[in-house]
Design a protein around this ligand. Sequence first.
Ligand SMILES: Nc1ncnc2c1ncn2[C@@H]1O[C@H](COP(=O)(O)OP(=O)(O)OP(=O)(O)O)[C@@H](O)[C@H]1O
Ligand SMILES: [Mg+2]
Length: 413
Amino acid sequence: MSPPPAGSGPGSADATGRPGAEGMHDLVLAPGAVDLPAAARLFTEMLSADGAVVFLVDSERRQLEVGAAYPAPKAEEPALRIPVGYGVTGLVALNGRPVAIVDDSPRNPAHRRLLGLGPEETISRLVVPAHAMGAAVVAVVAVHRRSSEGFTSQDREGIQRCADLLGLRLYAQGLLGAAEEHRSERDQLIAQAISAQEAERRRIAGDLHDGVTQALASLAFHLSAADTALSALERSTPAVAGPKTQIEAARRLAGLAYDETRAAISGLHSLMLDDLGLVAALESLTQNVPQIEVEFRGDTAEEIGEVPDHMAAVLYRIAQEAVNNAVKHAEATRAVLSIRRVGDSLVLSVTDDGVGFDAQAVREQTGTAEFGEHYGLATIAERCALIGATLRIDSAEERGTAVMVELPLAPTG
Ligand SMILES: Nc1ncnc2c1ncn2[C@@H]1O[C@H](COP(=O)(O)OP(=O)(O)OP(=O)(O)O)[C@@H](O)[C@H]1O
Ligand SMILES: [Mg+2]
């Protein structure tokens, strides 16, 4: 087969003014979904034909439906669907080989209407497959002329290259769509898992509050009453001094157990987060650390804007762990918890002025037997990965620690 003369045919600019393959390059490189009506028109003009139809093969490779046609079909026309393997178009989809026919007369009335054919009219058609990776046919391009002047092999070669370009683009578009769908399914599952975990924590916190803390509070009350009664007896009956000391100790222990249970409840779940949102919850976190001074610096809730519940819960847990670490390990005098909106991201940071540590070494040792049970930082990193946030830990000996989390949010309107 001889190559087309330079400067002619559908592969390049044409002396007759026909558009060449550059038009298809432009179309497939344009951002967004590929413009199929423009592709159908381009195929028509490339061969100076009377029209073209781009059929798309469905994902199960069972049937073809019209992606676009030139001239554009009337809106009220019923949709044309052709089973793969049926008729010329269906066979091209099945075999992946182009077909050129003269004096064709499709039988399907919907197909005839799409081609604008009268009862006895015939047309010449060039039907080529649009291949994707692995030679699968993702679309079929059918160009037609009303005359019985058929299409040449040169027409076929040029159009085939452009059809394959379109096929690749459609394939890539399908892959992107599938990836997007998986991503949103994954995000939904993560949101559900985090919400379920929070609901479970809320339930445990509720049970502890309603059961254990109430019982401890009334235990402390009764012990206090017994203590008061024994105090009244103490002067007249010195023997009660011993039991009184025991009761005082029991009362102190009941108070301690009460405080610890309350602390466990607020560690398990923040009512503030449910009722007043992330900013208020973070602020209250800084107020419940008696060991060191923790300053809260944050944008207002309005400035922060909408934060999906599961992401707010994750940011709260991260802040809680980072503050706990500052209290437990840093020997700090001061820490700062901050939350800010920066463009379309939320930036959470916890910094302290403590002793610092080798974050890289901790990361490398996490999970090893010698390192023991230190899960906080690893959990922070896992939580960040779950919600698509980036984590940075800057720490240097004697220069304190900064834990920074940047969470991209959907752009605000
Ligand atoms: N702000 C900090 N200042 C100094 N050292 C820190 C700080 N944060 C973490 N570290 C060091 O990193 C180690 C690992 O922290 P991580 O939070 O993973 O575990 P942990 O706090 O020891 O235990 P867990 O969080 O599981 O209760 C800590 O043991 C500590 O040595
Ligand atoms: Mg920790």
